[in-house]
Ligand binder design. Sequence first.
Ligand code: ATP
Ligand code: MG
Length: 285
Amino acid sequence: MSDVPVGGGEPQAPTPAWATSLERREHAQKLKQTRPDPGAPRVLDVDHVSIERGGKLIVDDVSFFIPKGEFVCLCGPNGAGKSTLLKAVMGLLEPTRGKVRIGGEPPERARHKVGYVPQRKSYSMDFPARSVELITAAVRGRWPAHVKPEERERARAVLAKVGGEKLLDKPLAGLSGGETQRVFLARALVTEPALVILDEPTAGVDVSGRAELLRLMVEISRSDELAAILVTHNLGAVAHTAERIVYLEAGRLLGWGLPDELLGQSSLTALAFAGTDHARHRDEE
Ligand SMILES: Nc1ncnc2c1ncn2[C@@H]1O[C@H](COP(=O)(O)OP(=O)(O)OP(=O)(O)O)[C@@H](O)[C@H]1O
Ligand SMILES: [Mg+2]
């Protein structure tokens, strides 16, 4: 891809402050606005972030932001720097240059504002944890010896929201890929974050479960005005559900815009088609 970066252009009419995320999305599409309204309230600001590790430049002067309620797909090939950038967003590593702000605060002061859904984990059968404990641990910040009735109710309510109420007392070791991810999604949501980070959350989940999880995440993000970053290789599956795509390659931001716009570009289109196989390959790892 040669023309970098995508979008920018003339400032456009600001989105009305009262708009819901769906209204904002329609408004942006009507304006053919490639980037979010710079005046919209922001959940995440990545401002000229560069990250060096082991003497190598892994993330190279990346800037973008996510307004309240927007569902963003972060994509790019293996080694593009996606996970490294997300570590900086979660305050797990300090950018070499530039800064990250979450709701205007540095990440280390805003950990409670970020929920994280990791790639699917498998549990050893001798680890006797149940979903209710995993979710409660996220609230307490440590593993609970006993779950109090009010904590149990909070875990039940958040599981119900992701369609997993019946999983409350199930041992994690016995859950399917899709069920495990529902429990992890509930764990990410239980602290009522402003931003949820989903790092390839559907890897290891079967095809129908994958579509269902994706639908659920988009629905929750829209209804709760929750900003979300979904990392994926399988761009085809999410392209039209995400409001915007942030595309990284070799540490550089090569695209930031509406899915239709970016999918028209040759290297992204190639990625979208290759993505399915690639994702399948990763799932088998
Ligand atoms: N601690 C480190 N020291 C040196 N190099 C690192 C370190 N962590 C990551 N890298 C390198 O940085 C590059 C980007 O890695 P990163 O994991 O961020 O990519 P990614 O886009 O998440 O890739 P994937 O799609 O495979 O998950 C890779 O070349 C990786 O080898
Ligand atoms: Mg990664």
